[in-house]
Design a protein around this ligand. Structure first.
Ligand code: AMP
Length: 305
């Protein structure tokens, strides 16, 4: 098994990578907040297979959590995370402290507008500013050829993509398809919060998307009709989504209200309340006409329906 180097300090990472760059090796970067699972592993596998060197960052970024969110209780499983990285052939784990990332005199912010104001951005004020500053800082430290991001966080991918485009950042973005459990639930570090009963309820989230996918593959293009059985399914479990929206896949600031005429993302956020505990989960699907997206939808349908 390859040995993974673990660095906590920026200067250690920079000097290690300087040598790698001198040798003209390609670098793949997978940013994470730890509590690693098969979803993260998929990003690692793709990076390892496509690059000479893979860097995984593990950093629970306080700037992307709101004051009433789960920063303090976010799962931290560092040694297990390093083992997973090692198992997948990751070369470097960068696990900085908060002070290492944000010294007391850290005054900079990065703000992407429009596409951060909808979906999760509308419900988590400041969240994407926290995401963009941490990802840009990490990207500047690592200077990777490619950054690997999961489709599960579709809005995050779009925001990082737009930031990189607007400021001409040289790292290229690769989006990796969502990894799901047997019943279709998207893997997430936050699934650990779910009790057995809440976990059962959470399966309605992929099911609601699968119902939309099924009607879409059968030729339905009207939003009202596509939403109907999905909302009904959620209602049966007393679930009302925080949002369930159709948006233009390549410009999520634009909501699709009537008929689907182009590549579309259907995004959902659902709070699962059970016995006084509340867990917010997100998921999405891409409705496209190419065979790759059809295959992903068929896979979701076969798991969830
Ligand atoms: P996180 O640790 O939750 O910040 O996630 C780190 C990266 O892993 C992000 O790019 C996520 O989109 C990605 N990721 C998380 N869950 C999944 C999943 N189920 N499938 C694919 N990628 C995922």
């Amino acid at each position: 098994m390859p040995i993974t180097a673990v660095f906590n300090r920026r200067h250690e990472l920079i000097s290690y990578l300087a040598d790698i760059k001198l040798k003209n090796k390609t670098i793949g970067f997978v940013p994470t907040m730890g509590a690693l699972h098969e979803g993260h592993a998929q990003l690692m596998k793709q990076s390892v297979s496509e690059n000479d060197v893979t860097v995984v960052s593990i950093f629970v970024n306080p700037k992307q959590f709101g004051p009433n969110e789960d920063f303090a209780k976010y799962p931290r499983t560092f040694q297990n995370d390093v083992d997973i990285c090692e198992k997948h052939g990751v070369n470097i784990v960068f696990a900085p402290t908060i002070e290492e990332m944000y010294p007391q005199t850290f005054y900079t912010q990065i703000h992407v507008s429009a596409i951060t104001e909808v979906l999760c951005g509308a419900h988590r004020p400041g969240h994407f500013d926290g995401v963009t500053i941490v990802v840009l800082l990490l990207m500047n430290l690592i200077q990777a050829n490619y950054i690997y991001l999961g489709q599960k966080d579709y809005q995050q991918v779009q925001v990082i993509k737009k930031m990189c485009m607007d400021i001409a950042h040289p790292t290229k973005i690769i989006m990796v398809t969502t990894v799901r459990e047997k019943d279709g639930l998207a893997l997430s570090s936050r699934n650990r919060y779910l009790s057995e009963e809440a976990r059962k309820k959470a399966a309605i989230i992929p099911k609601s998307l699968a119902l939309i996918a099924k009607d879409f593959l059968n030729g339905e293009k009207g939003i009202d009709k596509l939403l109907k059985s999905s909302l009904l399914e959620l209602k049966k479990e007393n679930l009302i989504p925080q949002y369930l929206e159709f948006r233009k896949a390549d410009d999520i600031s634009q909501k699709i209200e009537n008929i689907i005429t182009e590549n579309t993302v259907v995004a959902i956020a659902q709070i699962i309340d059970f016995e006084g505990k509340s867990t917010r989960l997100i998921d999405n699907i891409l409705l496209g006409n190419d065979s790759a997206s059809t295959k992903v939808l068929e896979d979701l349908i076969s798991k969830s329906l």
